[in-house]
Design a protein around this ligand. Structure first.
Ligand SMILES: [Zn+2]
Length: 498
């Protein structure tokens, strides 16, 4: 069913492109379906129009996740629909992946410490703190026992199941205690500074994390090898003054903390609530599928990627990082390639076009896709060609990784070396130093396929608010897109040496 839709859509797209190609002046248009005709569809002016939109202030720097990034995704999707390129994800053009966005509902987040009949209401980020971690709505109520110093040996003797454990925080790492308490069914850990506590006061220590939770900054979910979210023990950091108030009520006098032991010293209720879906938020990669025509080779898929996100708007001074080169250039180069491939169709092997998000956050979009790839039917990834920052520096400067100096050097790179000189890049330089810095790294690592990364180097506006569309060399993007098209063409041979 999917492929049938694809064929119909492609036919419609072909008509549109064909009609325009034949409208040119003078010369007869090259025959549709040829490489020449496809190369001609790639236009610097059209790329320029696209970058001026994607890198406009109104898109706010396309941070993952933000309204501007979501608008960019919909712009790309709309273009794919217009071109008649089929959806490349299970439920449409968007391959969605989960991120966490721990935006607290502070009115529904509390800690209550009860001593006898009196209850002390503690204020988040005033009396107690916690780290964003993996957000989860929760409400936990139980007795509190005192474990003394926060070490596994001391706490190991106590029956902690269904209880809170209060312990003294010396500022040391205590991951082993957390794991142990989680395994033994404790509700959570309440920490309060020990006499010899050596770190910054809690208010200062958690300042950045509290601000991050109030903004709802996104992060990659902490998952185990099979992608399940790792359970985490709730850890609350309670100020000594707050705990002292609660304990003095429990003891009926101004008292030091009790001796460690199995007795209940307090009762604690903690509730946490997050905005949205329990602190989960979905981000999208935009995927377009161009099915191959050869009965056998169509199952081999050429993956071509470019990230469309950037770093957003500064929370400090409101400056917008437009990311015209990073990676408006690759995003629009891939859009131009999409149009050219529709003209070149049918190809023998299939092509998946992937505009990924979250690259600037840590290659998240490509990580999600490569950890759980989606391709129709029996299709298998063949190779990945990634383009990121291809619109600046000298017109003939284009870099590639992996070069022959790396073990990952492959036939795809050799193909690039062969095609680039035809488009005004006489020699490809090395960006082996950037091997781990863009999405191809995930395709190589997680799918173990040959990859090639085309890149025209950093510059003085790299990751600055001044990476603007007026500084882009549009003809250069055009020529890189043409190089990629020539490579896709070169990948249609019967036998490939990748
Ligand atoms: Zn970047």
């Amino acid at each position: 069913m999917r492929q049938l839709i694809a064929a119909v859509l492609l036919a419609c797209g072909g008509l549109v492109v064909g009609a325009r190609a034949s409208g040119g002046a003078g010369e007869p248009a090259p025959t549709r379906g040829t490489l020449e005709a496809a190369l001609e569809t790639i236009s610097a002016d059209e790329i320029k129009a696209d970058i001026f939109f994607l890198a406009s202030d109104e898109l706010g720097g396309r941070d993952t996740v933000s309204p501007g990034q979501r608008v960019a995704a919909r712009f790309i999707r709309s273009r794919l629909e217009r071109l008649g390129i089929a959806p490349g994800a299970p439920t449409g053009y968007f391959y969605e992946y989960p991120l966490v966005s721990p935006r607290l509902r502070e009115a529904d987040t509390w800690l209550r410490l009860r001593a006898g009949e009196t209850e002390l209401e503690c204020v988040f980020a005033g009396d107690y703190w916690f780290s964003p971690g993996t957000p989860r709505d929760l409400q936990l109520e139980g007795d509190v026992i005192f474990g003394g110093e926060c070490d596994k040996r001391a706490i190991g003797k106590l029956d902690v199941a269904g209880k809170w454990v209060l312990a003294l925080d010396e500022g040391k790492l205590f991951g082993d205690v957390e794991t142990d308490l989680l395994e033994r069914g404790a509700l959570g850990l309440l920490l309060t500074p020990a006499e010899k506590y050596s770190k910054k006061p809690y208010a200062e220590r958690f300042d950045g994390q509290v601000a991050s939770m109030r903004r709802g900054d996104v992060s990659w979910p902490r998952t185990d090898a099979s992608g399940n979210v790792k359970p985490q023990l709730p850890v609350l950091y309670v100020s000594r003054a707050t705990l002292g108030r609660a304990w003095s009520k429990a003891a009926g006098k101004d008292s030091e903390l009790p001796k460690p032991g199995p007795e209940t010293v307090l009762r604690a209720t903690h509730r946490r609530a997050y905005l949205g879906d329990g602190g989960r938020v979905m981000a999208e990669n935009v995927c377009g599928w161009i099915p191959g025509s050869d009965p056998k080779l169509k199952d081999e898929v050429i993956l071509i990627s470019a990230h469309y996100d950037h770093v957003g708007t500064s929370t400090r001074d409101g400056q917008i990082y437009n990311g015209a080169d990073d990676n408006g250039s690759g995003t629009t180069g891939l859009l131009a390639l999409a149009e050219a491939l529709v003209t070149r169709a049918p190809l023998r092997r299939s092509v998946m076009l992937l505009w990924v998000s979250g690259e600037e956050k840590g290659l998240w979009g490509s990580q999600a896709w490569t950890q759980n790839p989606w391709l129709p039917d029996n299709a298998k990834p063949l190779c990945n060609l990634n383009i990121d920052m291809i619109g600046r520096n000298a017109p003939d400067k284009l870099l590639i990784t992996p070069t022959s100096k790396r073990a990952e050097y492959n036939g795809l790179v050799r193909l690039a070396e062969q095609m680039a000189p035809l488009e005004g890049f006489p020699e490809l330089g090395s960006c082996d130093a950037y091997w781990g810095r863009s999405d191809h790294a995930n395709f190589a690592k997680n799918l173990k396929i040959p990859v090639a990364f085309l890149f025209s180097d950093v510059h003085e506006d790299y990751h600055k608010p001044t990476d603007d569309p007026d500084k882009i060399d549009y003809d250069k993007i055009r020529r890189v897109a043409r190089t990629v098209l020539r490579m896709v063409d070169g990948l249609q041979a019967d036998k490939l040496d990748l």
